[in-house]
Design a binder for this molecule. Structure first.
Ligand SMILES: CC(=O)c1csc(NC(=O)C2C[NH2+]C2)n1
Length: 130
């Protein structure tokens, strides 16, 4: 109904705001666009579900997410993939793993500080009703 569409519209506004703030953070530059498979041909051998901040924004606009939890699952892919693809001790790998960990902690901190648990509960009830 109308009230449900109002809730999901507010969810999309919140998720766009979070994602845009992450995309503006210089630490997360490597995570803003899909990894170029032509430049990194072995990427898909290691990473089964690529994800990046621009794809999160597209998913939001395509109304893929009905709860914050669904969004966080995809957002977690971004840093999890980076840890998987950059496991070595060399400085470049360590550098991107450090940024991946910063992304993980930043997403969780924003959600903890800015998501009202009652709002997420309403989204989960809409999801279960569909
Ligand atoms: C997005 C992502 O995970 C990414 C972008 S470049 C990269 N890794 C490297 O460039 C090399 C350092 N060891 C491989 N990882």
């Amino acid at each position: 109904e109308e009230q449900e569409e109002d809730v999901l519209r507010e969810l999309r506004l919140f998720l766009r705001n979070v994602t845009e703030r992450l995309a503006l953070d210089r630490r997360f530059k490597a995570f803003t666009k899909p990894v170029d498979i032509e430049e990194v041909p072995d990427y898909l051998m290691v990473v089964k579900r690529p994800m990046d901040l621009s794809t999160l924004l597209t998913n939001i606009d395509e109304q893929k997410y009905v709860t914050v939890g669904e969004f966080v699952s995809d957002a977690d892919l971004v840093w999890q993939n980076a840890l998987e693809y950059n496991p070595d001790s060399d400085p470049m790998d360590r550098h991107i793993r450090h940024r991946a960990c910063a992304l993980k902690d930043t997403v969780r901190a924003i959600i903890r500080d800015e998501l009202d648990e009652d709002f997420e509960r309403v989204c989960e009830d809409i999801k279960e009703s569909r």
